[in-house]
Write a protein that binds this ligand. Structure first.
Ligand code: NAD
Length: 328
C-alpha cells in the first residue's frame, strides 16, 4: 500500500493513472481502471462531438462509482475542434478531474478551476511544468521522451526529466512515459514523483477496446519498434513502427513536407481503423518504447495488483536487504 500526494488528492487506492489514449480512453477501459483502484482518464477528442463525450461520461459513471477524469489535449488537429464546448461538456457532466496536455491550456485551466475541477497538466519539459504550476494546475504529469504520442521536441528521457522537474516544481508530480511495472513505479517514486501514468501498458489489457491482434502486436514489438514522425513539422509523435510510419518518414526525409503532404497517412480517423480492424499497417497508431517491457495481456485489476505487489516486494525485500547489507 503506497500513500502519496496523488492517492490523497484524487481519493484513489493506488498511485497509478491511465492517461489520455486517443480512440481508446472510453468507458469500458476507464471504468475498469477505476474499479482496479487507479485513476483513468477518458479522452475527450475520441468523440467527434462534445455531446458524444457527455454520453460516454454518463456511461462510465454507470460502470463505476470510483473517481475518473477526462483528458483534453490541445494540439493541431485536421478537423475544427471546439475546445470550449468540450470543456463545457466536461464541467456539466460532473467530472471533477481533468488531464490537460499540449499547447497553452491556460484559458481552459482558469475555467475548470472556477468550477472546482482539479487539473493534472501533462507536459514534456521543465519550463512548461513551471509555467503550468504558475497558472494554477494542481499536479504535473511529466512526460519523458520514451512516451507514446507527443514527446515534445527536447528529447529528454524520464531518468533526467523527472528529477529535473521535481527540483523546480513544488506541486505534486506523476511520471509519464516508459512505465509498465512495479520497477518503474518504485523508480518514479525515487526520482521525486507521486505516482506513474501509463498509456501503452493499459492499451494492452483485456478491457482495452482494441482488436486482439493489435494487443498481440504490442507484446511482439520490442523497445526499438517505434518511429518519431512529424518531427519536421515540430509536432513530433512517437508511433508504432509500421509501413505507414515508414512512408511518412520517407516523405519527411525528402525535405519541405507540409501537413498536406502527409495528412492522408497520419489522420487519426485512419489510425482508428487499426484498432477496429486489427491490421497494424492500416494507419498510424501510438505506442511507447515501453512496449519492450510488455509481455502479456492481463485484465486491469490483475495488472494494477501485480504492479503494486512488485513495487512492495522491491522496496521491502530488494532495497531493504541492500540497505541492511551496507549497514553490517
Ligand atoms: P488528427 O487526425 O486531427 O491529426 C492527425 C495528426 O496530425 C495529429 O498528431 C495532429 O496533431 C497532427 N496535425 C494535424 N494538423 C496539423 C498541423 N497543421 N501541423 C502539424 N501537425 C498536425 O488527430 P486525431 O488523431 O484525431 O487526434 C486529435 C488530437 O489529439 C490531435 O491533436 C492529436 O495530436 C491529439 N492526440 C491526443 C492523444 C491523447 O491521448 N490525448 C493521443 C494522440 C493524439
Amino acid at each position: 500500500m503506497f500513500r502519496t500526494r496523488f492517492t490523497e488528492m484524487f481519493g484513489v487506492e493506488h498511485p497509478i493513472a491511465l492517461g489520455g489514449l486517443q480512440w481508446v480512453g472510453r468507458a469500458p477501459l476507464v471504468s475498469a481502471v477505476a474499479n482496479a483502484g487507479a485513476l483513468g482518464f477518458m479522452t475527450a477528442l475520441s468523440h467527434p462531438t462534445p455531446e458524444g463525450l457527455a454520453k460516454e461520461i454518463k456511461l462510465c459513471q454507470q460502470m463505476t462509482d470510483k473517481p475518473f477524469g477526462v483528458n483534453l489535449t490541445i494540439l493541431p488537429t485536421l478537423r475544427h475542434t471546439p475546445y470550449a464546448e468540450y470543456r463545457q461538456a466536461i464541467i456539466e457532466s460532473g467530472v471533477r478531474i481533468v488531464e490537460t496536455a499540449g499547447y497553452n491550456p491556460e484559458e481552459h485551466i482558469i475555467e475548470f478551476k472556477k468550477h472546482g475541477v482539479k487539473i493534472i497538466h501533462k507536459c514534456t519539459s521543465v519550463r512548461h511544468a513551471v509555467k503550468a504550476q504558475k497558472v494554477g494546475v494542481d499536479m504535473i504529469s511529466i512526460d519523458g521522451f520514451e512516451c507514446a504520442g507527443h514527446p515534445g521536441e527536447d528529447d529528454v528521457p524520464g531518468l533526467v526529466l523527472i528529477p529535473a522537474a521535481a527540483d523546480k516544481v513544488t506541486i505534486p508530480m506523476i511520471a509519464s512515459g516508459g512505465f509498465a511495472d512495479g520497477r518503474g513505479l518504485v523508480a518514479a517514486l525515487a526520482l521525486g514523483a507521486e505516482g506513474i501514468n501509463m498509456g501503452t501498458r493499459f492499451l494492452c489489457t483485456v478491457e482495452s477496446p482494441i482488436h486482439q491482434r493489435i494487443k498481440e502486436q504490442i507484446v511482439a514489438n520490442d523497445e526499438l519498434a517505434t518511429d518519431l514522425i512529424m518531427r519536421t513539422l515540430t509536432n513530433t509523435t512517437r508511433v508504432a513502427r509500421n509501413t505507414v510510419s515508414q512512408e511518412v518518414l520517407a516523405i519527411e526525409r525528402k525535405g519541405g513536407a507540409t501537413i498536406d503532404d502527409i495528412k492522408h497517412l497520419v489522420a487519426g480517423v485512419r489510425g482508428g481503423t487499426v484498432y477496429e480492424g486489427g491490421d497494424q499497417n492500416s494507419g498510424i497508431w501510438s505506442t511507447g518504447m515501453v512496449q519492450g517491457l510488455i509481455h502479456d495481456i492481463p485484465n486491469c485489476a490483475d495488472l494494477v495488483a501485480r504492479i503494486m505487489a512488485e513495487a512492495s516486494e522491491i522496496v521491502a525485500a530488494r532495497l531493504n536487504s541492500m540497505m541492511a547489507r551496507r549497514v553490517q
